[in-house]
Design a protein around this ligand. Structure first.
Ligand SMILES: [Zn+2]
Length: 204
């Protein structure tokens, strides 16, 4: 990947786990799909005011769109942009679905012991002293839900190939957390959960 900027920090996210990272104003965060077809559930908080976080419902309103595009701002629950999508090598993501959680696996699949993104994100955020109640809805990078003209959808495998990534520029000092989505029962991750990599890059 030719990013060409100084890497400040690299964080590996093992399959079925989550990790957090600080990104300061002007720095950029790359979320890299190392092996391809791996969704990353993402939440992001203002470090100065953890009550402010990226909010998909406000994004859909402020962007007047249900599709994320390069240049789009990641708006908060206070309707301010916290980050901006500056580069995207895939072009297909989701910001409708909740993180998978205990109840998703229990109610829909009869599994009570399955790892889940909700708990992964909460755990990753605790290390930064952030304990949101409830956890905000995520942006699900690389998740591929296909809508038809009736508004019905089918979840298909991600379009991302090994090494694909999104790059976000921080517009405030933030903490971001990402979970390598643990869904291995539905096609969300191509039935195979793999790692993600985070890179924090110096500003331009
Ligand atoms: Zn998940």
């Amino acid at each position: 990947m030719a990013i060409g900027a100084e890497i400040i920090e690299t964080v590996w996210i093992p399959p079925y786990e989550g990790r957090g990272v600080k990104v300061s104003k002007g720095q950029r965060l790359c979320i890299i799909d190392v092996e391809g077809k791996q969704v990353g559930d993402f939440v992001c908080f203002n470090r100065e005011n953890p009550g402010e976080h990226v909010s998909p419902v406000h994004m859909r309103s402020s962007l007047s769109s249900i599709r994320l595009k390069e240049g789009d701002f990641l708006y908060s629950n206070l309707r301010r942009p916290l980050m901006r999508l500056v580069k995207d090598t895939v072009g297909k993501h989701d910001f409708f679905f909740p993180a998978c959680d205990y109840y998703r696996y229990k109610v829909d699949f009869g599994r009570e012991d399955h790892p889940n993104c909700h708990d992964n994100l909460e755990k990753a955020l605790r290390e930064f002293g952030i304990k949101p109640r409830p956890l905000p809805d995520p942006i699900n990078w690389f998740m591929n839900n296909v809508l038809d003209e009736n508004g019905d959808y089918v979840i298909e495998e991600p379009l991302s190939k090994p090494g694909d990534y999104v790059m976000l520029e921080a517009l405030e000092d933030v903490v971001a957390a990402v979970s390598a989505c643990s869904q291995d029962i539905a096609p969300v991750n191509g039935y195979r959960v793999t790692p993600l990599k985070l890179q924090v890059l110096e500003g331009r």
